[in-house]
Design a protein around this ligand. Structure first.
Ligand SMILES: Nc1ncnc2c1ncn2[C@@H]1O[C@H](COP(=O)(O)OP(=O)(O)OP(=O)(O)O)[C@@H](O)[C@H]1O
Ligand SMILES: [Mg+2]
Length: 292
């Protein structure tokens, strides 16, 4: 998977020269744009997070991450290091052993070691996630995929939700596909629909877990462009990617995780360009190995 992403990154490098926040975004992409205006508290605070799948598989070992409002935080690290686990925990999809996750000042996931994870689903609903493999319902057309959750979860009327869905599809260049079924779409189109579907619930934070790594190289750019567009509109995001080129372009900050903890945390130029820690350096050289 890592190798595929590396190849994809290397092979698609030239056609993606245009893919800069400036080119993709209508609004400016300052390195740290604030959504919670005037707020100084972190948007996300992951504190002392411990997660094991079994006594033998201890994945997160006291992970601490803070994310400011408006940041685009890219999480990198070795395969099997727990990046997907972190995002899944933040979505309330995994039990944890210990620690807490706070969103916009509200602690919504916590466990004190007693074996029970508390999850505040109202807070969790403010966060959207897109996975590596598109998870569209095959028996529903694209608009139906988009309006399902808003109508069911939020009680939105079908007409209002459909109008919003069509607006999003038009924005992502998918207007002509509104009535198509997932099987009639390319991988890149499906992934753009998956992003649009997550946006239908108007998240205040988006999590992206290797959303381009299953795509053919020529389809990567169209999905990354959509994410860049969202970045241009100041949507805070946490992105797990093995694509160095994308990481460099999208990140306002990069976190390198290994061994279940944060090893290095800083601006993309520093963490990706001249890492301080030997472990980060080794990883960058070994896994990405892209000439800058
Ligand atoms: N449901 C599960 N049950 C048991 N072990 C799991 C489960 N999910 C993940 N793991 C294990 O937890 C560890 C971390 O997995 P995770 O998917 O979070 O890593 P990752 O950093 O996202 O890796 P990659 O870069 O390959 O996507 C791995 O050793 C994995 O095998
Ligand atoms: Mg993963």
């Amino acid at each position: 998977m890592v190798m595929n992403s590396m190849l994809a990154a290397a092979r698609a490098l030239a056609p993606r020269q245009w893919l800069t926040p400036e080119a993709s975004a209508s609004a400016s992409t300052s390195k740290e744009t604030s959504v919670t205006s005037g707020s100084t508290q972190p948007l996300v605070k992951v504190a002392g997070l411990h997660k094991s799948y079994s006594p033998q598989v201890q994945v997160l070992k006291g992970l601490d991450i803070e994310m400011k409002p408006g940041e685009r935080l890219v999480v990198i690290g070795p395969s099997g290091g727990g990046k997907s686990t972190l995002l899944r925990v933040m979505m309330g999809l995994e039990q944890i052993d210990k620690g807490s996750v706070t969103f916009d000042g509200k602690p919504y996931i916590s466990a004190d070691g007693g074996g029970k994870t508390r999850i505040d689903t109202n807070v969790r609903r403010e966060i959207g996630m897109v996975f590596q493999h598109y998870t569209l319902f095959p028996h529903l057309n694209i608009v139906q995929n988009l309006i399902l959750a808003p109508c069911k979860v939020r009680g939105e009327s079908k007409q209002v939700a459909t109008e919003r869905a069509e607006g999003l599809l038009a924005r992502f260049g998918l207007a002509a596909k509104a009535k198509a079924y997932p099987s009639q779409l390319s991988g890149g189109q499906k992934q753009r629909v998956a992003i649009a579907r997550a946006l239908m619930l108007e998240p205040k934070l988006m999590l992206f877990d290797e959303v381009t790594s299953a795509l053919d190289p020529e389809l990567v750019a169209e999905v990354e462009q959509v994410i860049m567009q969202l970045a241009g509109q100041s949507l805070p995001m946490m992105i797990v990617t093995h694509d160095m080129w994308f990481a460099k372009n999208i990140a306002s900050r990069v976190v390198f995780c290994a061994g279940g903890v944060v090893v290095e945390d800083g601006p993309p130029e520093q963490v990706l360009g001249s890492p301080k820690h030997e472990r980060t350096r080794e990883f960058i050289d070994r896994v990405f190995h892209i000439k800058q």
